[in-house]
Design a protein around this ligand. Structure first.
Ligand code: SF4
Length: 694
């Protein structure tokens, strides 16, 4: 096979790479970085080592079905799919259509994500479909929708950041999670304009040293108060962009009133961020804004700000701040969310969400239902209604949900309150997992279906800046492995679906294009052919001769009146707050050498050497109180469970907080499954714990 140009299998930066097959080498192919506007020839350690996942010794290469003795045994594809189809039919008869559910993933290609949503609605007829992107991007999506009428992670190319005088990064450690992105922040640092909000002095926060900018280190769970305080200072010091607010927004009066109670001393009291730093940050942002003659400024949020029970409101506060400075919808400035998962953007646009049809269409809107039903060749009446968000869907497993199909997700490791989730999954009548390796979730499944991955298949993903990218096949999959497009088409036929399902990725994208046409995430003009001709297509792309839309808000926002809607928000406390038996905050996050639930990266030797296991990062003062030294085992205990891991002492963390990376089983047994009332996103980022010497 010839070398192909494609993109990394991991995060949403989707670094460009060239894959050269090496039939006689120790690995099936060689990875080389490629110059591209987002990664500029850079790759992180995960990208460089990505070929190893193709050849892991425990790669799944045949279907497995659990037998009467409770053992997973090899089966033929016909046997495995028949087992699934029989269980689905039995469940329909006994419990109804909504007792069969689908749990998707933000790493699936656009073609697979679209097909999975269609499969749930057309072949299964179930309302119960949602996906792990609910854990990652949903609060920013909800806040973006209510402010701008559209959720596109970055509504501008990433390279624009380099021209700005200031960038405010809230709860995002890009230096570890997306290292090549840091190139775009270099010029901003040189101008002293990098502002990082993080309870830890993360690798990204450390970039603010030596005059690079400012690190604000708030108490976990107080980002929202900090943002209200920044806006308070802008108002009090008359630093807002009044012309922009009058011309491009609604709701400013209510928002201005809502920040009056957050004067700097009170904010300092609540967040632990000194008044002086708060004022300095507000001034730095204001001076960078075009209204005051600056080159431009950006406000960016990540999971640290979003994964809270008031995550949507926190993002709304970040957007309000950006709007008050006159940034969004302006060349050289803006607000954006840094999407995390590989296809976290495309995966949230085309029907994996409980309330959604392709193109960001609403499953509750009669016109949207009619449009999509016509493309699918079914009646609008046959489409089910809105289901429930991921956390609630998992809670229902073993109760009113009896069969669950999991695609590209490992909730036994990645879901909050993971021990309870594991029990719920074990209580199902049938758990079906499609994966490339025996993940922790696959190991408790009743049927495991081995599927193609990344370099073994054709398709598209959509990067964090809304650009649709081609993923290309470089090597043949192991024999016995099938594409999800293929197996879903077979399963749909076995279940008597009213229409056949497309198997060819290019034709699936053509169908997706028609289903999304006229929707907010409009892919009508996107095709494999155009992408193969190297066209840079940022959606919306409403026609085959449309050049794409890198900056969608320059003229108007996607709201009914074209203005951004400012929404007043109120501060809240974490759902699982400090108390005498749990006097410390636990914050979870990612490491450079691991990715998400670790199902892929924990199998890569070089990554295992760099990041061999979980640890508990704690301040030396706290360690002294607990009576442990660096490397000693400590027990971290929350209301839901406990984990033992070695202590890692660091002055980079607040003494009232401990940090654990979440790439290993067990860590999420500590986290709380309380969710944001608007987005359904769980509060991964903060919960109360006790820490003792183990
Ligand atoms: S930054 Fe993300 S996309 Fe780039 S190489 Fe690393 S994991 Fe892959």
């Amino acid at each position: 096979m010839p070398a192909v140009d494609t993109h990394c299998p991991y995060c949403a930066l989707q670094c460009a790479m060239r894959l050269t097959p090496t039939p006689d080498g120790p690995l099936p192919l060689e990875v080389a970085p490629r110059d591209f506007p987002t990664n500029r020839g850079g790759l992180c350690q995960k990208g460089w080592t990505s070929a190893e996942v193709l050849a892991v010794p425990d790669r799944l290469t045949e279907p497995l079905v659990r037998d009467a003795d409770g053992e997973l045994r090899p089966a033929t594809w016909d046997q495995a799919l028949a087992t699934v189809a029989q269980a689905v039919r039995r469940t329909w008869t006994s419990y109804g259509k909504d007792a069969v559910a689908v749990f998707g993933g933000g790493g699936l290609t656009n073609e697979k994500a679209y097909t999975l949503g269609k499969f749930a609605r057309v072949a299964l007829g179930t309302r119960m479909v949602d996906y792990n992107g609910r854990f990652c991007m949903s609060s920013a999506a909800a806040a973006g929708n209510r402010a701008f009428g559209l959720d596109r992670g970055l509504p501008f190319p990433l390279a624009d950041l380099a021209e700005a005088d200031a960038v405010l990064l809230l709860g995002s450690n890009v230096a570890d999670t997306m290292p090549p992105l840091v190139q775009h922040l270099g010029p901003v640092r040189e101008r002293g304009g990098l502002l990082v909000v993080d309870p830890r002095r993360s690798a990204t926060a450390a970039l603010t040293g030596d005059g690079g900018g400012l690190h604000l280190q708030p108490v976990p769970g107080t980002d929202l108060v900090l943002l209200l305080g920044l806006l308070h200072v802008l108002v009090a010091d008359d630093l807002v962009d009044n012309d922009y607010l009058a011309g491009r927004t609604t709701g400013w009066d209510a928002v201005r009133g809502s920040v009056a109670e957050w004067w700097p001393a009170r904010v300092a009291d609540t967040t632990g961020v000194p008044e002086r730093a708060l004022r300095q940050a507000a001034r730095l942002l204001a001076d960078a804004a075009p209204a005051r003659g600056g080159a431009g400024a950006y406000v960016l949020t990540g999971r640290g700000a979003e994964q809270h029970t008031h995550g949507t409101d926190t993002v709304s506060a970040a957007i309000n701040l950006a709007l008050a400075l006159g940034l969004p919808g302006r060349d050289g400035s803006g607000y954006g969310c840094l999407t995390g998962q590989g296809n976290g953007q495309g995966g949230r646009e085309h029907g994996q969400k409980a309330d959604q049809l392709p193109g960001y269409r609403s499953i509750e809107d009669p016109d949207d239902r009619a449009h999509v039903a016509a493309v699918w060749g079914v009646t609008p009446q046959s489409l089910p209604g809105k289901g429930v968000a991921a956390v609630e869907l998992l809670r229902r497993c073993g109760r009113d949900v009896r069969v669950l199909l999991v695609h590209g997700s490992n909730p036994v490791v990645s879901a909050p309150d993971a021990r309870a989730v594991t029990d719920q999954l074990r209580a199902l009548d049938l758990l079906v997992v499609c994966d490339v390796v025996p993940s922790e979730t696959a190991l408790i499944a009743d049927v495991v279906l081995p599927v193609t991955q990344w370099a073994e298949e054709e398709g598209t993903t959509t990067s964090l800046e809304g650009r649709v990218l081609r993923r290309r096949k470089a090597v043949d999959p192991p024999s016995g492995v099938r594409s999800e497009l293929d197996l879903l088409a077979d399963l749909a036929a076995l279940l008597g679906a009213p229409v056949p399902f497309e198997r060819d990725p290019a034709r699936v994208l053509d169908e997706l294009a028609r289903a999304s046409a006229g929707g907010r995430a409009d892919y009508a003009g996107v095709s494999h052919q155009r992408l193969d001709a190297d066209e840079a297509l940022h959606w919306p792309v409403p026609a085959t001769d449309h050049p794409g839309t890198p900056r969608p808000f320059l003229d108007r926002f996607a709201t009914a009146d074209g203005r951004a809607a400012m929404v007043p928000v109120r501060a809240g406390r974490p759902a699982d707050d400090l108390r005498p038996d749990a006097p410390l905050f636990l914050v979870t996050g990612r490491l450079l050498a691991q990715y998400q639930s670790g199902a892929q990266t924990r199998r890569v030797a070089a990554l295992r050497r760099s990041a061999p296991g979980p640890f508990v990062e704690l301040h030396p003062r706290l360690a002294a109180r607990v009576g442990v030294e660096d490397g000693d085992p400590v027990t971290v205990r929350s209301a839901r469970g406990e984990v033992v891991a070695p202590a890692r002492l660091s002055r980079s963390i607040r003494p009232d907080t401990v940090f654990m990376p979440f790439h290993w089983p067990g860590v999420n047994e500590l986290t709380n499954d309380a969710t944001d009332p608007v987005s359904g996103m769980p509060e991964f980022k903060v919960c109360a714990v006790e820490v003792v010497s183990a």
